[in-house]
Design a protein around this ligand. Structure first.
Ligand SMILES: Cc1ncc(COP(=O)(O)O)c(C=O)c1O
Length: 491
């Protein structure tokens, strides 16, 4: 323990202030708060080893493995302690400003070269900058005011009503909230299903998002994976077979409104028919629709099996930072009022009801959603959907013209194609890859110019990848179907 005489002057002053305060026990406050640096016992090399390894089969194809426990700290921006008597407006301010300016440049560049994740990066929320100074928190139920007054519930409920109209459920028939992301929507929807049917079995296609299987693990639910068609849609003949094997237990089903990798839309009507054909009456199943990716695009696509509460579904969720274009992760979850009572509890400390997954809830996100829904409206989103579908077709056609295997599902703007051979190229364009395939998700921020730049680079780089072995173009028929594959065997 440091002696008083060894401490810096301002710390000594703190000590004296505390000692002079009669009612405060001086031992309640630590006088030297800076912990010593933690010295690593392992070799410093550990910090910089690659996080990914690849197990190859004889054809060089393989699953990439991610190694835990070797966290890389190379690019970490260290926190440097101010000197005890440091003037905060001095060198430190200048250092932080320089770091932030560099970071901003990185963000501009990374935004320019982004194609792989379903985020709409095109927005202007300048008008909301004035709200940054407030700690807005919607903890508790959106419809019951808590004692914390710095909230945005009026915006939240406005947004929920907008989605309720889209999904055709009356204001007094639904309950919902603005979540932190699509994952939270899935965790909530499946939890409501589990509360309605505590002994229900969760059915989800094997191409469902990983959050669905995480929910099953978290809630310790029996979970049955269903096969998919080559498009990525749930295979209802396999679904039927598995339902028939488990007729004695209620069914909780995750229906994908846009799968993560192929953008496939499960046929909701066929799922419902299959349940009915197998003898499941409406009070023996619960359907959660995972619309994280495509939930707000589908209503504007003709021929799509529509999501609506006029059908026997239990809940729908969507991400707010994807097609909608919010600058922070968020989402919307809507369920039926009848169901939510099974989940919610009174919390006296909040003076509200607890029916959400999280406690504190981002109160800024509803305002961003409210703002963008007001500006665009249903018609604005309809135009953006048209643009995305058109640009997605353009990308798929140009890939095929360039002799590259590619697939685009009819109801989707996710273009799937052969995985580029060069990891550097994948990182540059931030492509999402799985096995032998990669995808570009065409969002409103993906223009024809951006696609042209990407395509030109891809075609140029690809000619060097296959220069000596044009006949060895990778076969992706098992992933995207023979008709979409242009390898030597299938073209
Ligand atoms: C189909 C699907 N569901 C859920 C999620 C999870 O959404 P979020 O990233 O908003 O948590 C994603 C994310 O890409 C998705 O594609």
């Amino acid at each position: 323990m440091a002696q008083l005489s060894e401490l810096p002057k301002d710390l000594v002053q703190n000590v004296v202030d505390v000692l002079n305060c009669k009612d405060l026990d001086p031992t309640t406050v630590v006088f030297e708060p800076v912990p010593p640096p933690v010295v690593s016992s392992s070799s410093s090399e550990n910090g910089s080893v690659a996080k990914k390894t690849k197990k190859n089969d004889e054809n060089g194809n393989g699953e990439r493995e991610f190694v835990l426990g070797r966290n890389v700290h190379d690019s970490c921006l260290d926190i440097t302690e101010p000197e005890a008597n440091d003037d905060v407006t001095g060198d430190k301010e200048a250092y932080m400003a320089a770091v932030l300016a560099r970071y901003r440049q990185t963000l501009l560049d990374r935004t320019k070269h982004h194609l792989g994740y379903p985020y709409n990066l095109d927005f202007d929320y300048g008008a909301l900058g004035q709200l940054q100074h407030f700690s807005i928190n919607n903890l508790g139920d959106p419809f019951i005011e808590s004692n914390y007054g710095v909230h945005s519930r009026q915006f939240e409920v406005g947004v929920l009503d907008w989605f309720a109209r889209l999904w055709e459920i009356e204001k007094d028939q639904y309950w919902g909230y603005i979540t932190n992301c699509g994952t939270e929507g899935n965790l909530h929807g499946i939890l409501v299903g589990r509360e309605v049917f505590p002994d229900g079995i969760l059915y989800a296609s094997k191409e469902s998002h990983y959050s669905v299987f995480k929910a099953a693990r978290m809630y310790r639910m029996d979970c049955i994976k269903i096969e998919t068609l080559v498009t990525g849609e749930i295979d209802c003949s396999d679904f039927k077979a598995k339902l028939l094997q488990n007729k004695d237990k209620p069914a909780i089903i995750n229906v994908n409104i846009g799968t993560t990798v192929k953008g496939a839309v499960d046929d909701l009507d066929l799922v419902i028919n299959t349940l009915e054909d197998c003898g499941f009456s409406h009070n023996r199943f619960y359907i959660h629709c995972d619309g994280a990716l495509f939930g707000l695009m589908l209503p504007f696509v003709k021929r799509a099996p529509q999501v609506t509460f006029k059908k026997p579904i239990g809940s729908v969720s969507v991400s707010g930072h994807k097609f909608v274009g919010c600058p922070m992760p968020c989402g919307v979850q809507i369920t039926r009022m009848d169901h939510i009572n099974a989940l919610s509890r009174n919390v006296e400390y909040l003076a509200s009801r607890d029916a959400t997954i999280m406690g504190s809830r981002n109160g800024h996100a509803p305002i961003f959603l409210w703002y963008t829904l007001n500006r665009k409206g249903y018609r604005g989103f309809q135009k953006e959907v048209q643009k995305c579908l058109r640009n997605a077709h353009y990308l798929k056609d140009r890939l095929r013209e360039a002799g590259i295997s590619a697939m685009l599902n009819e109801l989707s703007s996710t273009v799937v194609f052969e995985r580029p051979q060069d990891e550097e190229f994948i990182r540059r364009w931030q492509l999402a890859c799985q096995g032998n395939i990669a995808h570009v998700v065409v969002m409103p921020s993906v223009s024809i110019e951006k696609l042209d730049t990407f395509l030109n680079e891809l075609v140029e780089r690809r000619s060097s990848w296959f220069k000596d072995a044009a006949h060895k173009l990778p076969c992706v028929a098992s992933e995207i179907g023979k008709d979409n594959c242009v390898c030597a065997l299938h073209k």
